[in-house]
Design a protein around this ligand. Structure first.
Ligand code: SF4
Length: 420
């Protein structure tokens, strides 16, 4: 069995909240499982299931039926699963037993991702995930039997035209993960640092991806990017007011002067160009309209007024842990031909924190509050992560991106500004 890599900073113990079986529920059920499960007389055992379509057909397979509220039909009033009660944990389908884990094969190893759409994971409750190795090994064996691992790849796609060896990719990820774990730097500066690093790599000659100098080059860039993220001191890119407003909103920077943090000569130029292209798209964001959260809708203008400039330490720590986990598990880019490149996936992942801040502000606006609270941030993480991770038949950021960006401002914003 492939070596399993577990994140040692994540704890998890199910608290039985039932959230994973509610809201936007869409669990794919393989035909063989459907046949097996239909041997139980569900309607006879549970009258509320009578005349319900328990396994409606979906594109090429089946899924579990849902109630009007969007919850799984098999979710009982006590938040527990009827299948679990009736036929036992071992007989539930793999997708249900897998949550909140994602087991991602990459370069001969299996990276364990943990989904923050689960409140217990988000709150870091319970025993370390590392102590569940035996359970995860069993899940992996089953997953590999049903879905054979992809062929071993020597290289990943760095961007549209270049490849990167997995050894060099791990160096890059380690640098970002280490920075995200650093307690003394604010989240914004961590994001600025990682964005800066990615932009500098993008601007590099092809040789650094093919030769043996990647690691040294990366270390050199890390020092410079870190220094600039911490100290600023580079002139701001020439962007319009709308664009500056976007940057402030999106990365939650305290004032326009902080744009100096965001820019270097190369970074500023490219960022400015992307922003210009996005100008039209942003009209929707800054004109009257609403942003919908799980708890209600808030006017965009009200959202903009919410002060999220000083995130409580607890919220910063949560977001850092969230991003770090996605990078560690390689949840940020899909396999070749299926998902994003490393560069686009990494930018998208960094933007998730910004998206969370947007939703956190909206949560505060729905409450009528003037500032974001840790609870707003937690709700926003659940909301954003839910969009990205809950549909069981999505297994790459590329597919999740398509879902997230199907409509509204995130589509244009992410595609034009972040993915360039
Ligand atoms: S969301 Fe997490 S804590 Fe809640 S029932 Fe599902 S696995 Fe358990």
């Amino acid at each position: 069995m492939a070596k399993i890599l577990l994140p040692d900073w994540i704890n998890y113990e199910c608290v039985g909240c039932g959230r994973c079986c509610r809201r936007g529920f869409n669990i794919y059920c393989p035909a063989a499982d459907k046949e097996r499960l239909e041997k139980t007389d569900w309607a006879g055992r549970f009258s509320r299931l009578a005349e319900k379509k328990l396994f409606p057909a979906t594109g090429g397979g089946y899924r579990f039926g849902v109630s009007e509220s969007g919850a799984c039909l098999f979710l009982d009033d006590d938040n527990l699963c009827l299948m679990h009660k009736e036929i036992g944990y071992e007989n539930k389908i793999l997708n249900c037993r897998m949550y909140p884990f994602k087991l991602i094969h990459s370069h001969g190893k299996v990276h364990v991702g943990v989904l923050f759409s689960c409140p217990a994971v988000m709150e870091n409750r319970g025993a370390p995930v590392a102590s569940r190795k035996t359970q995860i090994e069993k899940l992996l064996a089953e997953q590999d039997r049903l879905f054979p691992p992809p062929p071993f790849e020597e290289e990943a796609r760095f961007d549209k035209s270049r490849k990167i060896s997995y050894r060099d990719l791990r160096f890059l990820e380690d640098v970002i993960i280490e920075a995200l774990a650093e307690g003394k730097i604010s989240l914004i500066k961590k994001i600025v640092f990682a964005s800066e690093l990615l932009d500098r790599l993008e601007a590099c000659d092809d040789e650094i991806f093919t030769g043996k100098i990647f690691y040294e080059t990366l270390l050199h860039m890390r020092e410079r990017a870190l220094d600039e993220a911490l100290n600023g001191g580079i002139s701001a890119p020439k962007v319009g007011k709308l664009e500056q407003a976007l940057v402030r909103q999106f990365l939650n920077l305290p004032n326009a002067a902080s744009l100096t943090d965001l820019s270097s000569s190369s970074f500023g130029k490219r960022f400015s160009a992307r922003l210009r292209r996005a100008g039209m798209a942003l009209a929707g964001l800054f004109s009257p309209g609403k942003i919908h959260t799980e708890h209600g809708a808030a006017e965009i203008m009200a959202v903009r007024k919410v002060d999220a400039l000083h995130l409580p330490e607890e919220s910063e720590e949560l977001l850092s842990r969230y991003l770090r986990t996605r990078f560690f598990a390689r949840m940020y880019f899909g396999r070749e031909g299926q998902g994003l490149t490393v560069l686009s996936g990494a930018r998208l992942t960094l933007s998730l924190a910004a998206l969370v801040l947007w939703y956190a502000k909206a949560e505060a606006a729905v409450r009528g509050a003037a500032a974001v609270s840790p609870e707003d941030v937690k709700r926003a993480v659940l909301q954003v992560e839910h969009i990205f991770s809950h549909l069981s038949n999505l297994d790459s950021s590329g597919q999740a991106l398509q879902l997230l960006t199907r409509s509204g401002w995130p589509r244009l914003l992410l595609l034009h500004v972040l993915l360039g």
